[in-house]
Design a protein around this ligand. Structure first.
Ligand SMILES: O=C(O)CCC(=O)C(=O)O
Ligand SMILES: [Fe+2]
Length: 315
C-alpha cells in the first residue's frame, strides 16, 4: 500500500476533473499524497538539497553529536537498560519563517537566496492547493485562505522547518520524530530522495511514505480538519530513526494567523452526514482562536487531537 502520487500538471488540461478528484481522494481517504510535476523546478530543488546539506554539515552536525539526545541514548546503552527513549526525537531541526529571514548568522548568501526562492514557490503551491480544497469542498474560492488570514490586518503564518535525522546506532530505542498529527493547515514536505522513515497511520497500520525524487508530499493538519468539519482528517505520522544515512526533510507549514478564529465552515455543518465519536461521546468541532489551540498543542503534540478539541472548546 502506498500513498497516492498525483501528477499536478494534469490540472491544467483535459484531465482536470480527474486530477481534482484524485486530490479530493488524497485529502479524504489518506490525509497525505505526493505531487509530481508541481512546477517547482528541479534546478531549484537540487540547490535546496545542496544548501541545506552543507548547512547541516558545517553548522549543526557537531552540535547534534553533543546533544542531550545522543547523551541520553549512550546512558541507556551504558546501563544496558531495556527501556526506550520515550520523550525525545532523534532529529536536528531549525526553522525559517518570514520573521527571521535575516537573523541567522552564518548562512551563505546562496543559502539565503535559495531558501527565499523556495519558500516563495512553496507558499504559492500551498495557496493553489487551498483553492483546490475550496472547490472540492464546495466552498467559495478563497474561503480557506481568508479563514487563515484572520482579518484585514493579519497574515497567515508560513514557516519552513529544516530537519535532519542523523544515522542512529540503535533505531529500536528511539524514534526520529514521535507520532503526531500536525496542528496547522497545509504542510508541504520535501523529503529525502533515498532515505525513508516517514510513516502514516492508515486503518490501524503504519505505512511508509515512499521516497520519490523531487516530489512534494502534502498533508493536512488539525485546522483543516476543523474547517472541513471532519471531511479532511489530519493523519497520524512519525519518522523512524534509521541506522544508515542522514535523512533530510524540509517541511513548510501554511498555518492560520495566531489571531484567526477557526470553526467548521457553515456550509459543511449543514450538510454533515456523520459525527465524530470519541470515547463514546459525539464530538462536534469547536470554534476557537488558533493561538489558544497552539498553547494546548505545544504541550500535547504527541497525544491524540480529540482532547485538544475539547480543551480549546472549554477555554
Ligand atoms: O520529517 C518528516 O518527514 C516529517 C516532519 C513532520 O512530521 C513535522 O515536522 O511535523
Ligand atoms: Fe508532522
Amino acid at each position: 500500500m502506498a500513498i497516492p502520487v498525483i501528477d499536478f500538471s494534469k490540472l491544467n488540461g483535459e484531465e482536470r476533473a480527474k486530477t481534482m478528484s484524485q486530490i479530493a481522494n488524497g485529502c479524504e481517504e489518506w490525509g497525505f499524497f505526493q505531487l509530481v510535476n508541481h512546477e517547482i523546478s528541479e534546478e531549484l530543488l537540487e540547490k535546496v538539497k545542496k544548501v541545506t546539506s552543507e548547512c547541516f554539515k558545517l553548522e549543526r552536525e557537531e552540535g547534534f553529536k553533543n546533544s542531550t539526545t545522543v547523551k541520553m541514548l549512550n546512558e541507556l546503552l551504558d546501563k544496558k537498560s531495556s527501556d526506550r527513549l520515550e520523550n525525545v526525537d532523534w532529529e536536528d531541526v531549525f526553522l525559517l519563517s518570514d520573521d527571521n529571514e535575516n537573523e541567522r548568522r552564518s548562512e551563505t548568501s546562496e543559502f539565503k537566496e535559495t531558501m527565499k526562492q523556495y519558500r516563495i514557490e512553496l507558499k504559492k503551491l500551498a495557496e493553489k492547493l487551498m483553492e483546490i480544497m475550496d472547490e472540492n469542498l464546495g466552498l467559495q474560492k478563497g474561503y480557506i485562505r481568508n479563514a487563515f488570514k484572520g482579518g484585514e490586518q493579519e497574515n497567515a503564518f508560513f514557516g519552513t522547518k529544516i530537519s535532519h535525522y542523523p544515522p542512529c546506532p540503535n533505531p529500536e530505542k528511539v524514534t526520529g520524530l514521535r507520532a503526531h498529527t500536525d496542528a496547522g493547515g497545509i504542510i508541504l514536505l520535501f523529503q529525502d530522495d533515498k532515505i525513508g522513515g516517514l510513516q502514516i497511520l492508515k486503518d490501524g497500520e503504519w505505512i511508509d511514505v515512499q521516497p520519490y525524487p523531487n516530489s512534494i508530499v502534502i498533508n493536512t493538519g488539525d485546522q483543516i480538519e476543523v474547517l472541513s468539519n471532519g471531511r479532511y482528517k489530519s493523519v497520524w505520522h512519525r519518522v523512524l530513526a534509521t541506522p544508515d544515512g542522514n535523512r533530510r526533510s524540509i517541511a513548510s507549514f501554511y498555518n492560520p494567523s495566531l489571531k484567526a478564529t477557526i470553526s467548521p465552515a457553515p456550509e459543511l455543518v449543514e450538510n454533515a452526514e456523520d459525527k465524530e465519536v470519541f470515547n463514546q461521546e459525539i464530538i462536534s468541532y469547536p470554534k476557537f482562536v488558533f493561538g489558544d489551540y497552539m498553547s494546548i498543542y505545544v504541550q500535547q503534540k504527541f497525544h491524540p487531537k480529540e482532547p485538544r478539541f475539547l480543551a480549546v472548546k472549554a477555554t
